[in-house]
Design a protein. Sequence first.
Length: 165
Amino acid sequence: MKKILIIEDHPDVRENIAEILELANYHVFKAENGKSGIEQAQGNKHDLIICDIMMTAIDGYGVLHILHQSPELMHIPVIFLTAKSERTDFRKGMELGADDYLTKPFDDIELLRAVEARLKRSENLHATYSRTLQGVQSFFNDASKWVKLETRFTEKRQKHVLKKD
Protein backbone atom coordinates (compact mmCIF):
# COMPACT_ATOMS: atom_id res chain seq x y z
CA MET A 1 0.00 0.00 0.00
CA LYS A 2 1.46 3.36 -1.05
CA LYS A 3 2.09 5.90 1.71
CA ILE A 4 1.14 9.53 1.10
CA LEU A 5 1.88 12.49 3.37
CA ILE A 6 -0.53 15.44 3.28
CA ILE A 7 0.86 18.76 4.54
CA GLU A 8 -2.07 21.19 4.76
CA ASP A 9 -2.84 23.81 7.40
CA HIS A 10 -6.64 23.93 6.82
CA PRO A 11 -8.20 20.99 8.70
CA ASP A 12 -11.23 20.64 6.40
CA VAL A 13 -9.13 20.50 3.24
CA ARG A 14 -6.64 18.12 4.88
CA GLU A 15 -9.41 15.76 6.00
CA ASN A 16 -11.16 15.85 2.60
CA ILE A 17 -7.95 14.96 0.78
CA ALA A 18 -7.20 12.21 3.30
CA GLU A 19 -10.68 10.73 2.91
CA ILE A 20 -10.43 10.67 -0.90
CA LEU A 21 -7.01 8.99 -0.77
CA GLU A 22 -8.04 6.48 1.89
CA LEU A 23 -11.06 5.46 -0.20
CA ALA A 24 -8.61 4.86 -3.08
CA ASN A 25 -6.64 2.47 -0.79
CA TYR A 26 -3.67 4.70 0.03
CA HIS A 27 -2.11 4.82 3.49
CA VAL A 28 -2.40 8.49 4.49
CA PHE A 29 -0.33 10.51 6.96
CA LYS A 30 -1.34 14.07 7.88
CA ALA A 31 0.59 17.12 9.02
CA GLU A 32 -0.94 20.48 9.97
CA ASN A 33 2.06 22.64 9.02
CA GLY A 34 5.36 22.60 7.18
CA LYS A 35 7.48 21.94 10.27
CA SER A 36 5.57 18.85 11.36
CA GLY A 37 5.39 17.71 7.74
CA ILE A 38 9.17 17.80 7.42
CA GLU A 39 9.52 15.90 10.70
CA GLN A 40 7.10 13.22 9.49
CA ALA A 41 8.85 12.98 6.12
CA GLN A 42 12.17 12.44 7.89
CA GLY A 43 10.67 9.83 10.21
CA ASN A 44 8.83 7.70 7.63
CA LYS A 45 9.42 6.59 4.08
CA HIS A 46 6.60 8.11 2.01
CA ASP A 47 5.91 7.42 -1.65
CA LEU A 48 4.38 10.86 -2.31
CA ILE A 49 3.90 14.21 -0.56
CA ILE A 50 0.98 16.54 -1.18
CA CYS A 51 1.81 19.98 0.20
CA ASP A 52 -0.02 23.29 0.43
CA ILE A 53 2.08 26.30 -0.50
CA MET A 54 0.64 29.03 1.70
CA MET A 55 1.22 27.99 5.32
CA THR A 56 2.50 29.68 8.45
CA ALA A 57 6.01 29.10 9.79
CA ILE A 58 7.40 27.10 6.84
CA ASP A 59 5.57 27.46 3.54
CA GLY A 60 5.43 24.83 0.80
CA TYR A 61 8.44 26.27 -1.00
CA GLY A 62 10.47 25.97 2.21
CA VAL A 63 9.29 22.40 2.73
CA LEU A 64 10.35 21.46 -0.79
CA HIS A 65 13.72 23.18 -0.37
CA ILE A 66 14.43 21.30 2.87
CA LEU A 67 13.29 17.97 1.38
CA HIS A 68 15.65 18.42 -1.57
CA GLN A 69 18.58 18.97 0.80
CA SER A 70 18.26 15.40 2.08
CA PRO A 71 19.51 12.55 -0.16
CA GLU A 72 16.93 10.19 1.41
CA LEU A 73 13.97 12.53 0.73
CA MET A 74 14.88 14.31 -2.49
CA HIS A 75 13.46 11.54 -4.70
CA ILE A 76 9.95 11.69 -3.18
CA PRO A 77 7.51 13.29 -5.65
CA VAL A 78 5.77 16.44 -4.38
CA ILE A 79 2.43 17.77 -5.55
CA PHE A 80 1.77 21.39 -4.61
CA LEU A 81 -1.71 22.60 -3.68
CA THR A 82 -2.57 26.26 -3.80
CA ALA A 83 -5.34 28.78 -4.32
CA LYS A 84 -2.86 30.94 -6.24
CA SER A 85 -3.09 30.45 -9.97
CA GLU A 86 -0.55 33.04 -11.07
CA ARG A 87 1.93 31.88 -13.66
CA THR A 88 4.88 33.17 -11.58
CA ASP A 89 3.78 31.05 -8.59
CA PHE A 90 3.46 28.00 -10.80
CA ARG A 91 6.92 28.58 -12.31
CA LYS A 92 8.51 29.09 -8.90
CA GLY A 93 7.18 25.74 -7.69
CA MET A 94 8.29 23.92 -10.81
CA GLU A 95 11.76 25.52 -10.71
CA LEU A 96 12.18 24.36 -7.12
CA GLY A 97 11.44 20.81 -8.24
CA ALA A 98 7.73 20.24 -7.64
CA ASP A 99 6.39 17.33 -9.65
CA ASP A 100 2.85 18.63 -10.09
CA TYR A 101 0.68 21.59 -9.17
CA LEU A 102 -3.05 21.52 -8.35
CA THR A 103 -5.01 24.72 -7.91
CA LYS A 104 -7.83 24.85 -5.38
CA PRO A 105 -10.62 24.01 -5.76
CA PHE A 106 -9.99 20.66 -7.44
CA ASP A 107 -12.17 17.60 -7.71
CA ASP A 108 -11.43 14.10 -6.49
CA ILE A 109 -10.77 12.71 -9.97
CA GLU A 110 -8.20 15.43 -10.69
CA LEU A 111 -6.44 14.68 -7.39
CA LEU A 112 -6.42 10.92 -7.94
CA ARG A 113 -5.13 11.24 -11.50
CA ALA A 114 -2.29 13.49 -10.36
CA VAL A 115 -1.40 11.09 -7.53
CA GLU A 116 -1.49 8.02 -9.78
CA ALA A 117 0.59 9.72 -12.47
CA ARG A 118 3.29 10.85 -10.02
CA LEU A 119 3.46 7.44 -8.33
CA LYS A 120 3.72 5.62 -11.66
CA ARG A 121 6.44 8.00 -12.88
CA SER A 122 8.35 7.56 -9.63
CA GLU A 123 8.16 3.76 -9.93
CA ASN A 124 9.45 3.91 -13.48
CA LEU A 125 12.36 6.17 -12.51
CA HIS A 126 13.36 4.03 -9.56
CA ALA A 127 12.88 0.61 -11.10
CA THR A 128 15.21 -1.92 -9.57
CA TYR A 129 16.34 -5.30 -10.74
CA SER A 130 16.43 -8.38 -8.55
CA ARG A 131 19.80 -9.83 -7.65
CA THR A 132 19.11 -13.06 -9.44
CA LEU A 133 20.15 -14.38 -12.84
CA GLN A 134 16.76 -13.32 -14.21
CA GLY A 135 17.18 -9.80 -12.77
CA VAL A 136 20.63 -9.45 -14.32
CA GLN A 137 19.31 -10.66 -17.69
CA SER A 138 16.46 -8.17 -17.46
CA PHE A 139 18.94 -5.37 -16.76
CA PHE A 140 21.11 -6.30 -19.75
CA ASN A 141 18.06 -6.52 -22.02
CA ASP A 142 16.96 -3.02 -21.00
CA ALA A 143 20.50 -1.64 -21.30
CA SER A 144 20.99 -3.16 -24.74
CA LYS A 145 17.95 -1.28 -26.03
CA TRP A 146 19.69 2.00 -25.15
CA VAL A 147 22.96 0.89 -26.74
CA LYS A 148 21.14 -0.04 -29.95
CA LEU A 149 19.40 3.32 -29.99
CA GLU A 150 22.68 5.17 -29.43
CA THR A 151 24.45 3.28 -32.23
CA ARG A 152 21.63 4.09 -34.64
CA PHE A 153 22.26 7.77 -34.09
CA THR A 154 26.05 7.58 -34.18
CA GLU A 155 26.17 5.42 -37.30
CA LYS A 156 23.72 7.57 -39.19
CA ARG A 157 25.20 9.35 -42.17
CA GLN A 158 24.88 13.08 -42.32
CA LYS A 159 23.53 14.73 -45.41
CA HIS A 160 24.56 18.31 -46.08
CA VAL A 161 22.10 20.53 -47.91
CA LEU A 162 22.96 23.86 -49.49
CA LYS A 163 20.74 26.90 -49.12
CA LYS A 164 17.71 26.93 -51.43
CA ASP A 165 18.09 23.20 -52.22
